[in-house]
Design a protein around this ligand. Sequence first.
Ligand code: PSU
Ligand code: MN
Length: 303
Amino acid sequence: MNNQYLTFTDEVRHALDNNLPIVALETTIISHGMPYPQNIQMAKEVEQIIRDNGAVPATIGFLDGKIKIGLNESELEEFATNKSVAKVSRRDLPHILATGKIGAATVAATMIGAELAGIEVFATGGIGGVHREGEVTWDVSADLTELASTNVAVVCAGCKSILDIGRTLEYLETHGVPVAGYQTSEFPSFFSRESGNPVDFRVDTPEEAASMLNTKWNLGLKGGAVIANPVPQEAAMDFNEIEQVILRALDEAKENNITGKNVTPFLLDKVKQLTGGKSLETNIALVKHNAKVAAQIAVALKK
Ligand code: PSU
Ligand code: MN
């Protein structure tokens, strides 16, 4: 893959040259989603889980005017500690590359990098979506339009109920994005295994997920897919308990007139504060689980 904006680590370059399974990872979760040092520990552990399951990790971020496909240890450390890392979605990408500033990739921006590099599978925590009262504010994450047009499968634990999950699923349906439950018939809500919303269909093995993805792309149907993998039971939190926290976070966002790209980070930060260390533990557990399943799907896609 030759593109003037892409650079690869040797590990990723070797995997691409030899058609080995690769899993993309985002940097927003490192720079904006978790505190130091848990963020860097999580980032390294998740990469190792992907290797242990037979695939190569490619953490994607923006640095020195390049889309970095794979980050070395000192770059990972930079994303984990530098307070001036911008949050970069599709809209922000040209500016970040043109100025050479450091930027963390959202789900949407990671999908763009992955597709340019020829990577089909991406593991993260949760996707963005239609915000509550989105029918008034028009706050709809660019992650959803990216899923509609970019050929990358996103393995996630659903989305947080800071969002309007029902409308998020409606949006994905309108744009033809398959939403598969991984060993579940219910769309998970990140911290909890349930959300009250059914998925379109379920897949129970990596091979079933790979077969669905291959069929979609062989048909020439553009766009990605959501593989919704619930948080492991032992790490899950109570849905109603989280809902109370989220209602408080939403109130505070309103009181503080938080708008635009700051909404999601503000809400995530409030939820983190209000639940203490518990939500962070759950968050780390579900990301690791998603990394494992994503690696298995990436392996199945190469068979
Ligand atoms: N939801 C989470 N954790 C996250 C994000 C969303 O539970 O870290 C991040 C992801 O990088 C996602 C982005 O792509 O927030 C969405 O932001 P926005 O709603 O501004 O599009
Ligand atoms: Mn938004």
